[in-house]
Design a protein around this ligand. Structure first.
Ligand code: GUN
Length: 284
C-alpha cells in the first residue's frame, strides 16, 4: 500500500476540541441541537446517536426526538414547528431517509432556514448555488475541510464526483467548483465510468454501493474520498471504494470507517455553533 491515509477521525477530533473550547467560553445560554429520527432504521439510529453524543461532548444542549415509523406527516410537521419556535434550539435536523408515506420535501421546507444545520432547506441550497452566504451541508463541508487540512488544493485539478444526491454529490461538486477544480459529475447512467474516474486527480465517491470504484479505475497519484457506508457480504463496514486495490494506486485515500463519517459530525457541530452565533446576533 502506498497511499497516505486521510485520518478524518483525528481531524474531526481536533475540530471538536476547538468547538468545545468555544462553547465553554460562551456566556449564558449554550447552543442547542434537536435531532428528529423517525422509525427504527439501524444505520440512522447509529448516526443519530453519534450526533447527539457529539453535541453533548462539545457542551451543547441536545434533544433527541424519536417518532414511530407510522407517525403522521402532520405530527412530524408539528414537532418541527415547535422546535422552530423554541428559543433554546439553534439547530433542527431530521434524519433521512424518512418513511415512504412522509413527503421529505415538505418536511425539509418546514425547517426554519436559520436553524437548518443540515443545509437541506431550498433557501440554503439556492444560496449555495448562487454563491451567497448559507449553511453548507455537513458531509460536503467535511470533505472540503479534510482535503484542505491535508494540504491538498483542488485549484486547477480535475475533480470527479461519482453520485448526484442532494446530500453529497451535487453540493460537493459545487464546493469543488468554488475551490477552482474542473468538476465532472458521474452517475449510474454514465456509460464508461472507469474512463471518467481515470481522469480524476480528486475522486469523490458517494453512491452507497460496495466496490463501485476499484484500483484499476483510479489515476495513479489521485486523492480518493470515499463517502460510502455499506456492509459487505461478511457484515463488515466498508465504503464505495475497494480500499485494498485503490490504496495501491492513490496518493491519499480516506478509510471507512474513520474518514468522511467523523468529519460530517464535526461539521454538524460547527454548523450548530454558527447558527447559534448568527441567531444571537439577530434575536437580541
Ligand atoms: N442521511 C444521510 N446523511 C444525512 C445527513 O447528513 N443528514 C441527515 N439529516 N440525514 C442523512
Amino acid at each position: 500500500m502506498s497511499a497516505r491515509i486521510l485520518d478524518g477521525k483525528a481531524v474531526a477530533a481536533s475540530i471538536k476540541e476547538e468547538i468545545k473550547a468555544q462553547v465553554e467560553a460562551l456566556e449564558g445560554r449554550k447552543p442547542g441541537l434537536a435531532v428528529i429520527i423517525v422509525g427504527e432504521n439501524p444505520a440512522s439510529q447509529v448516526y443519530v446517536r453519534n450526533k447527539v453524543q457529539s453535541a453533548e461532548y462539545v457542551g451543547m444542549l441536545s434533544r433527541k426526538i424519536e417518532l414511530p415509523e407510522d407517525v403522521s406527516e402532520q405530527r412530524l410537521l408539528d414537532e418541527i414547528a415547535a422546535l422552530n419556535a423554541d428559543g433554546a434550539i439553534d439547530g433542527v435536523l431530521v434524519q433521512l431517509p424518512l418513511p415512504k408515506h412522509i413527503d421529505a420535501d415538505k418536511v425539509l421546507n418546514a425547517i426554519d432556514p436559520a436553524k437548518d444545520v443540515d443545509g437541506f432547506h431550498p433557501v440554503n441550497v439556492s444560496n449555495l448555488w448562487l454563491g451567497r452566504p448559507c449553511t453548507i451541508p455537513c458531509t460536503p463541508k467535511g470533505i472540503m475541510r479534510l482535503i484542505s487540512e491535508s494540504g491538498i488544493n483542488p485549484a486547477g485539478k480535475n475533480a470527479v464526483v461519482v453520485g448526484r444526491s442532494n446530500i453529497v454529490g451535487k453540493p460537493v461538486a459545487k464546493l469543488l467548483l468554488d475551490a477552482n477544480a474542473t468538476v465532472t459529475i458521474a452517475h449510474s447512467r454514465t456509460p464508461d465510468l472507469a474512463a471518467v474516474t481515470r481522469g480524476a486527480d480528486i475522486l469523490v465517491v458517494a453512491v452507497g454501493k460496495v466496490a463501485v470504484v476499484t484500483g484499476d479505475m483510479v489515476k495513479p497519484g489521485a486523492v480518493v474520498i470515499d463517502v460510502g457506508m455499506n456492509r459487505n457480504a461478511a457484515g463488515k463496514l466498508c465504503g464505495d471504494v475497494e480500499f485494498s486495490t485503490a490504496a495501491e494506486v492513490a496518493s491519499a485515500i480516506t478509510p471507512v470507517p474513520g474518514g468522511v463519517g467523523p468529519m460530517t459530525i464535526a461539521m454538524l457541530m460547527q454548523n450548530t455553533l454558527e447558527s447559534y452565533l448568527s441567531r444571537q446576533r439577530t434575536t437580541v
